[in-house]
Design a protein around this ligand. Structure first.
Ligand SMILES: [Zn+2]
Length: 218
């Protein structure tokens, strides 16, 4: 049975294109983590970093929050295979417009399978598999992310209720399960950046239950 401890390791001033934030560094230590590829040898311990970009007063009312999973290819290289960069910008823009909010950036590349495995999954996708089939073909689960770390980071920030920018019902369920109330869902729907990205979005909708409807309030 795995257990997770999250601690804050740093906090600093963080001016950005979207506003003047504070950057907080959190570290999650997972003891006896479940392997993402069933059959892999069990690890005693795994450390996962997560960064929170915090803008304005996040305690006056439930703040707008986005939990963004690291995507080197989309976030940095501007890949058109996925919608990550657009979703990141949508979230930062929304937080900037509201004057308050939190973007949590989790170091979980490729829905937790890691960068090299993600590139191997791209190879398989080039041969016709979709994003879920490719992960399964490589022996991984479709989604290996652990949302307990961002939930605990939110609590360390003194936030217990949020307005979550997401299309992913599992993120809402995971936050609620770990004691963070989601009082509103704000859509993270972005126009597909390319035909490849369109197929990726269709798979997320059809096979992973992502919601491509407009916002809804609890
Ligand atoms: Zn991406």
């Amino acid at each position: 049975m795995s257990s997770i401890t999250v601690t804050k390791v740093a906090e600093a001033d963080f001016p950005s294109r979207w506003g003047h934030f504070r950057v907080h560094g959190f570290e999650g230590v997972i003891t006896q983590p479940e392997p993402c590829r069933p059959g892999d040898p069990p690890a005693a311990r795994r450390v996962e970093g997560c960064v929170a970009l915090v803008l304005g007063d996040i305690h006056a009312a439930p703040p707008v929050v986005r939990i963004h999973s690291q995507c080197l290819t989309g976030d940095v290289f501007g890949s058109l295979r996925c919608d990550c960069r657009q979703q990141f910008e949508l979230a930062m823009q929304r937080i900037g417009d509201e004057g308050a909010g939190i973007l949590i950036y989790e170091q979980q590349e490729g829905r937790g399978i890691g960068l090299m495995a993600k590139l191997r999954a791209y190879e398989l996708q080039d041969m016709g598999l979709d994003t879920v089939q490719a992960n399964l073909e490589l022996g991984y689960k479709a989604d290996c992310r652990i949302f307990e770390i961002p939930a605990k980071a939110l609590k360390l920030l003194g936030v217990h209720a949020v307005r979550l920018i997401t299309n992913n019902p599992e993120k809402i369920a995971a936050l609620e399960e770990h004691g963070i109330r989601v009082v509103e869902r704000i859509s993270a729907k972005v126009p597909p950046a390319s035909p490849l990205a369109e197929r990726y979005l269709e798979t997320k909708q059809a096979q992973m239950g992502h919601l491509f409807t407009e916002a809804q309030t609890e």
